[in-house]
Design a binder for this molecule. Structure first.
Ligand SMILES: [Zn+2]
Length: 335
């Protein structure tokens, strides 16, 4: 997800002159936390979907899981190969059936090549990879990796549930709706999520994480039409000075979508952001639980007192980009 301050960068003409496919690294100053709100909340709430055998360990580390829900976004600009893991441009493919867009990574690579796939994003495949890695971390009972991979997986799953992460028109730049990305995924939840209902019920075992990951991006993509259409319709009803307002953030005055416009957009979307966030919470819980079951349900109680050092994060980030393909060659999803 894009931090709110990026939304403001996005609203400036400079952004469009300097941006390529994704925001340029200089568009994001370090050290600010705006806009990461939804990611943190999704990882935090997913903990409460877990069964008794898991919840003790996850609750003990809930601050880590919440804080690190945004680590993959921080890596986007520093780690080669990170950026494509956050989205998939489904509309870049003329045929998105299994035949046109292979659901298994090796088949997709054989058909399109890694570079082409990276250009249009790989989030549904990457979710499968991180799920596999998390299962292995459970299997060897490595608490540091379990926590880092759980936090990462929560991030990618949350991204996969965002309609604007499934399209080339990811910020409305092709339809004159620049800034809509931040409106949908940052402004609305930051303003309104205290009013959202996040009750999901307990985590379920996923017979096919691969199918679940694909279903998430297709469900998100199905919501795209209303995301764009409703913003366009509302914009016709608001003057520029009503659509936007100014707020103080970290000592700076920034332009944001006004509260009135944001609330109206939320109403017109009939709770769509709320539904997608809730789906993400449930899906994160389901994936954590499924990885643990697939690893043979190791006893997590003895790992609960673990203190994360965070030392091997750098090592993890410097892994060569070909690791994704290699791991999928080691083990593939069953169907
Ligand atoms: Zn992301």
């Amino acid at each position: 997800m894009y931090p709110l301050f990026i939304l403001m960068q996005i609203l400036t003409p400079d952004f469009f002159q300097t941006s390529a496919f994704l925001p340029a690294p200089h568009a994001r100053p370090d050290g600010t936390v705006w806009g990461f709100h939804a990611h943190r909340k999704i990882n935090r709430l997913a903990v409460f979907t877990l069964p008794p055998e898991m919840i003790g360990f996850y609750k003990a580390h809930i601050e880590f899981l919440s804080r690190n829900a945004v680590t993959p976004d921080k890596r986007r600009y520093a780690v080669e190969g990170e950026a494509p893991r956050h989205f998939i441009d489904l509309d870049a493919y003329p045929d998105t059936t299994c035949a046109g867009l292979p659901r298994h990574w090796p088949d997709a690579v054989a058909r399109f090549g890694e570079d082409s796939l990276a250009l249009h994003g790989i989030v549904p495949w990457h979710i499968q990879l991180v799920k596999f890695q998390l299962t292995e971390a459970f299997r060897v009972q490595d608490p540091d990796r379990i926590l880092k991979l759980s936090a990462d997986l929560g991030h990618y799953i949350a991204d996969a549930n965002v309609p604007l992460h499934t399209t080339r028109n990811y910020n409305g730049q092709l339809t004159g709706q620049q800034g809509i990305h931040g409106l949908w995924e940052s402004r609305l939840p930051e303003l309104l999520d205290e009013e959202y209902d996040f009750f999901t019920g307990p985590a379920d075992y996923l017979a096919s994480p691969q199918k679940t990951a694909w279903k998430a991006v297709f469900n998100a993509h199905a919501a795209l039409d209303s995301v764009l259409r409703i913003e366009k319709e509302l914009t016709l009803q608001y003057r520029e000075t009503e659509k936007y307002s100014f707020e103080e953030r970290n000592g700076q005055t920034i332009k944001v979508y006004s509260e009135a416009f944001s609330r109206r957009y939320h109403q017109q979307l009939a709770g769509q952001v709320e539904r997608r966030m809730r789906a993400a919470v449930k899906m994160v819980g389901d994936f954590w639980y499924t990885a643990w079951v697939d690893a043979g349900q190791p006893d997590l109680n003895r790992l609960t007192d673990f203190r994360s050092s965070g030392e091997d994060r750098k090592k993890e980030e410097s892994e060569p980009s070909g690791w994704l393909r290699r791991l999928f060659q080691v083990r593939e999803e069953s169907n």
